[in-house]
Structure formats: structure tokens, C-alpha cells
Write a protein of this length. Structure first.
Lengths: 219, 119
């Protein structure tokens, strides 16, 4: 098996593991919230048995909170399910903004942990491309990972998607991108993914931009 | 007894604080390390319950900063992880038994609080 294949396999497994672990952590947090709210309802019942009247308004508010957390979990699981299914087809037609939204959704907690807020400006018209969805998500994540580790400061990173003729573009604009950034990026993993996606990656330190350029048809 | 709860999930700590109050434990809650450090400047807490994974400053880093302000404060960590490796990491970093795994059992939490404060 070629070196590139080995790198892709290793990177893909790491990526899948990272997203799975982050998702499970998020679900745990939601379960903890539901657990406390149910515990609070039990506390009210106990107090009611001991003479403190039950407040229906309060009970309803707690029930609404539990419903909201269940909806949150449902969305987390939907994201995970979509992510898991994205490995089924090596190549597929996708809407670029949807792919971007999904990977950002899946990795949001990891990004927030690094004090980064992402603001996405979607293209006016949907950008339809034929690509490898899983490997594209992997590449987007590696770019985000590079960006969030540039510094520890609280910052907002703008992301823009656009298209020109046969190229789809994702433009990341981290305000703290500079020539002083010591990380070896793009490294082997990113280059292997760029190769498989037939994509290019450019870093413009002057304009503080990291740009992924993808063909609109990978074949 | 006065306890400080720190977790970036406001819904979790606010509800837990209320449940502790019904058990006659005064509990303040915040959702960030920065807010915890501000609160400790003007309030004395016997114990802080810290989420391990929080944005910007994790629970272990926060513990060091809080201890610098109040060396007598005791700590219990909350973790959402459930793997054996995380238990091991949690116990190595936090001390032998000073962590609990979410979702919490309030009776176990109360026992842990008592055990930690007795040490």
C-alpha cells in the first residue's frame, strides 16, 4: 500500500474517532441536564408529599427544558448519523455549504473549547460539486484545527464559500494568521487529502486567509 | 457550607444549584473560569465543583488559579467522559477519588462533598 494510502487511512480513522468522541461527550452533557431536571421534578414531588404545594408553572417550565434537550440530542444524533453515512460513497454530488455546515456542527464543541467563534457567509446560490464528502470534511476539519490552534485568544473566524467557473472555494479568515505561525501546515495529512480531492490549498498571510479550492467535478 | 459550581452548561449548573439549595447547601453557579475567579474575589467557598472540559480554561487549570486565591478551597471535578482511560486520567490529575462522571447521582454527589470536606 502506498505511503499516501497509509496516511489517508490513518488520518481518516483519527478524524472519525475525534468526531465520535466529541459527539459522545456532547450527548453525555445533554443527558446530565435531563437527569438534573428529572431529579428536580422528583424533588418537587417529594416536597409536595411533605406539604409544599406543587407549582404547575414551574413543572411545565422544567418539562419544556427537557423537551428542548431531547431536541438538541436528536440533532446531535442526526449530525452523527449523517457523518457516519458520509463514508458510504467515495464520490457524491453535494452542496458545498451543507458539507461545511455539517462538519462545523459536528466539530463545534471542539472549536468552542479553543475560544473561537465561526461565522459563515454562504454563497448566494448553492454550490453543487462532485467530490468525496468524507475526505472534504476531513480536510475542512484539519484546516479548522490549524486555525483554532493559532492562538488562545478569543476570536471570530469568518468563512466564505464562493464559486468561479469550475472551482468551488472555501475561504477561512482567521484574524491571527501570520507568518509567525510555526506549525508545519499543510503537512503530510493535508497534502494527501488535497491530492485525493484534486484540490489546492493556499495560505495568504498578508490578507490573513486560508483558501481551499476544489474542482466542481472531481472526476 | 458554601459551594461554587462551574460548568459551561448553564442549564446543568443552575438546576444542580437549585437541587442543592433544597438540601440546605448554598450553591452559586457560573459558566466560565473567568466568572469563577471574579466570584472568589468577594465570596468564600468551602468547595468548588468544576467541569473538566470548558472553553478556554479547563477545570484543572481553573483549580490551580482558584487555589492561588484560596488555598483552603476543596475541589471535585465533573467529567462527561466515561472511558477507562479518562477515569485514569481524571484520577491522576484530580486526586484519587475527586471526580464524578456525568450524569450525576445527587446522593453520590452529596456523599462525595462530605468526604472531600472531611479530608
Amino acid at each position: 500500500m502506498s505511503r499516501n494510502h497509509n496516511i489517508i487511512n490513518e488520518t481518516s480513522l483519527q478524524f472519525f474517532g475525534l468526531i465520535s468522541a466529541s459527539t459522545s461527550h456532547e450527548i453525555k452533557n445533554v443527558l446530565a441536564i435531563i437527569n438534573e431536571n428529572i431529579g428536580l421534578l422528583n424533588d418537587f414531588i417529594f416536597m409536595s408529599d411533605n406539604g409544599t404545594p406543587l407549582n404547575p408553572e414551574r413543572v411545565k417550565k422544567i418539562a419544556d427544558k427537557i423537551t428542548k434537550q431531547i431536541q438538541r440530542t436528536d440533532q446531535i444524533v442526526k449530525n452523527m448519523n449523517e457523518f457516519a453515512h458520509s463514508v458510504e460513497k467515495i464520490y457524491d454530488r453535494v452542496i458545498l455549504d451543507e458539507v461545511l455546515n455539517r462538519i462545523i456542527s459536528s466539530s463545534n464543541r471542539l472549536v468552542m473549547m479553543r475560544n473561537v467563534n465561526l461565522e459563515i457567509k454562504h454563497s448566494k446560490n448553492p454550490i453543487n460539486i462532485k467530490t468525496s464528502p468524507f475526505f472534504l470534511k476531513n480536510l475542512i476539519w484539519l484546516c479548522l484545527n490549524y486555525i483554532i490552534n493559532l492562538s488562545n485568544e478569543a476570536r471570530t473566524v469568518n468563512i466564505i464559500t464562493e464559486k468561479n467557473t469550475t472551482t468551488a472555494i472555501i475561504r477561512f479568515m482567521p484574524p491571527d494568521l501570520s507568518k509567525n505561525s510555526t506549525s508545519n501546515f499543510p503537512g503530510e495529512r493535508e497534502k494527501a487529502l488535497l491530492d485525493i480531492l484534486h484540490a489546492e490549498l493556499k495560505i495568504d498571510f498578508d490578507n490573513r486567509e486560508l483558501v481551499i479550492m476544489l474542482p466542481d467535478d472531481i472526476n | 457550607m458554601q459551594i461554587l459550581l462551574v460548568d459551561d452548561e448553564a442549564e446543568l449548573v443552575s438546576t444542580l444549584a437549585e437541587r442543592l439549595q433544597y438540601r440546605k447547601i448554598k450553591a452559586d453557579w457560573v459558566t466560565s473560569a473567568e466568572d469563577a475567579l471574579k466570584l472568589v474575589q468577594t465570596n468564600k467557598y468551602d468547595l468548588a465543583l468544576l467541569d473538566v472540559r470548558m472553553p478556554k480554561t479547563n477545570g484543572f487549570e481553573l483549580k490551580k488559579k482558584l487555589q492561588a486565591q484560596d488555598p483552603e478551597m476543596k475541589f471535585i471535578f465533573l467529567t462527561g467522559h466515561g472511558s477507562g482511560k479518562d477515569h485514569e486520567t481524571g484520577s491522576l490529575e484530580a486526586g484519587e477519588s475527586n471526580y464524578l462522571i456525568k450524569p450525576l447521582n445527587i446522593e453520590i454527589l452529596l456523599k462525595k462533598i462530605n468526604d472531600v470536606l472531611k479530608k
